[in-house]
Ligand binder design. Sequence first.
Ligand code: NAI
Ligand code: 15L
Length: 269
Amino acid sequence: MGRKIDKVLVTGAAGGLGNALRGHMKDEYALLRLSDINEMRPADRGEEVVQCDLADRDAVVALCEGMDAIIHFGGFSHEADWDTIHSANILGAINLWEGARIQGVDRVVFASSNHAIGLYRRDMRLDHTTPPRPDGRYGLSKAFGEDLAALYAYKFGVRGFCVRIGSCFDQPVSARMLHTWQSRPDLARLVRAGLTAEYVFEIVYGVSDNMDSWWDNSRAYELGYAPQDSVEQWRAQIEGIVPTDPIDATFQGGPFAADEFVGEPKRVP
Ligand code: NAI
Ligand code: 15L
């Protein structure tokens, strides 16, 4: 039997997904400590709100004090220049896992991204054993986060649950999301699996029960994820919204893969 998870830190709590998880997880844990660099709604019952820059090591170590688990969703969520990615996602992740190690946190559920594997072709089926193939600086920072999680899991005993999230929005908006969409309630279901299952280090996919998913998510199912939503109800609305850029149309990362891509896609196996 693993440690009881009572006190949970959520980073990125002012963001779209962090704020949604705040709602889904309300009253499920003795304490939700919510953190972001930006302002958040005031704390409700069972909550604490702590504004903090992930790049500030001492502040992040203090933030992790007394926590059983961390849902690490804070960081820059799109492509950006190296300085931005380095500060929020690379240094931020290092500080977060150092804080977890120093404060004896049991586990970290990490918002990785499909952009860690964005330069695989759309006709390839990937699973939890597929190594990263980042489609940019942002995707690389997510692959780095996965490796950090593995280091701290295998070497220091901080369990790591890396969720390669597809496209998690209220509604899908393009044909690409027939493959990548995850509802926010399904994301909360997957995060709960990450907070309760027995494991050391895992990679899973943040995707609903979509008919045409690019990803074999059987490992997530073994660990307790049971999605209840599917993108199918929107198929007619979105299947015509297809990319005109051939690079976008070739790779799973779509527009992120096409951004700054040089040369012919056929040189990428
Ligand atoms: P978001 O951009 O709405 O939220 C990210 C939050 O992190 C923001 O509130 C931002 O203020 C905070 N943040 C940025 N830099 C920070 C810093 N230096 N210190 C502290 N906080 C900082 O993004 P969203 O959509 O909520 O995504 C959450 C996480 O999930 C991100 O890590 C993103 O990369 C990842 N993700 C999201 C996907 C989606 O479909 N929404 C898909 C794949 C991954
Ligand atoms: C991501 O990693 C982004 O954070 C999100 O805003 C979407 O662009 C998503 O990937 C996607 O690929 O749809």
